[in-house]
Design a protein around this ligand. Structure first.
Ligand SMILES: [Zn+2]
Length: 51
């Protein structure tokens, strides 16, 4: 089995990693940025893809 590319989403405010997801790297090349709720900031914040 080939491993899916695991990507993490880091809060741009506190830099904690709050979300994980996998994706097919061949399908999506752009860096993702999501508006997600950060439990540490206790608010919605931008989460950027990180390695
Ligand atoms: Zn945060």
């Amino acid at each position: 089995m080939s491993q899916d590319n695991l990507i993490k989403f880091e809060c741009t405010n506190c830099h904690r990693i709050n979300y994980w997801t996998t994706r097919n790297i061949k399908k999506i090349k752009t860096r993702l940025e999501l508006k997600k709720h950060c439990p540490w900031c206790k608010k919605h914040a931008s989460h950027k893809e990180t390695k």
